[in-house]
Design a protein around this ligand. Sequence first.
Ligand SMILES: [Zn+2]
Length: 194
Amino acid sequence: MRIIKYPHPTLRHKSKPVRRVDADLKKMIHQMFDLMYSNNGIGLAANQVDLPYRLFVMNVKCDPAAKEEEHVFINPVILERKGGMEEKEEGCLSLPDIHGQVKRAKKIVLNAYTLSGEEVTWEMDGMYARVAQHECDHLDGVLFIDRLGPASLLQIKAALEDLEVVFNGERQRGLIPDDQGIAARLNALEAARA
Ligand SMILES: [Zn+2]
C-alpha cells in the first residue's frame, strides 16, 4: 500500500458505499493508519491509497499513542453544514508541499459507520469538521485545489506541473497502469464489496 499523488486518476474516483466489512478490509484500514502516521497526516481517504472504498481514517493529533483520537468513518454522509464558513490553510498527502486557503463550513453533522458496524452521528467543529469535509471530498473525487480561487491556483501552478511531470515519468516507466487499467481494477475491487 502506498499513498498516490496528484494527478493519479484514482484521486478522481467517486467511491461507492462499502457493503461488506471483513478482516481483509480491517487490515487495509490498519495499514492506512500506519501510512498516515508515517507521513504526518491527520486524515487519509481510501482512494488516496488507490482503493475505491467509501471510508476514511482520522487522528487530528497525528499521534498513534492517542488511540482515543483514532477514528474510522465508513460510508460517511455530511447531513448538515452550519455555523457559517471559515477559511483556513490546508494541505494533502496526495499533494506534497502544496498548501492553500480553503473555505469550509465551521460545523458539520456527520453520519457514518464505525469499524464495529455501529452507526454514529457526530456533530463536529474546528479541526474535526475541516478534516472530515476534506476527506469526504476525496471520496467524491474532489481535491482541495478544486476549491481554491484563481489567484491561489496561480501560486501553486508550477508545483502542480512538477507533480504531473513525476506522474507521467512513472507511467512511462510502467509503474502506473493506463487509465483503462486503473478503472478496471477499481471496478473489480468495488464489485467484490458491493
Ligand atoms: Zn487530502
